[in-house]
Design a protein around this ligand. Sequence first.
Ligand SMILES: [Fe+2]
Length: 160
Amino acid sequence: MRELPRQLRLTELENTLRYEENEAKRWPCVFLLGELIEPQYEPDKSVFQRVADQMEWTLLYDKSPIVAHEGAFQIGLRNFVDKKQTLIDVSLNKEYHEITRHESIEAIGTMRAYECMPMIKALENDENEGPAIRDTARFVRLRLELLIAAGSEPYKGGVL
Ligand SMILES: [Fe+2]
């Protein structure tokens, strides 16, 4: 896959992520797709948009939570701030698997979305939530508190 020309690779990855039945084949495509916005591929705005849109689609619609949660991870890592609302929606929606919700909450933390702190605290304290969600929310709250204390700004991408 890495040998393919950039544009062809993008299309191949989108198609595999949308139509491949085997989740073990879809899973690596999430990572390969994320790489396409790295500087060595000289991504333009349309590549950014297509990668971000596919990550969102995978998070929302992939039937496997193991694949879907990697979409959330990439949205945080690649700092697709336009998809922040989708992370919030999935974090709060109990129809999604706990693994997927966990990663969406974590990605909000990766983005350093300080304005989400009230929502994170509400999840942490919600007795109707299980430990996967409450422990994740507690962790993200602690992380954001540390970053606020250090005077850190919202995540701009790059190394954590
Ligand atoms: Fe995680």
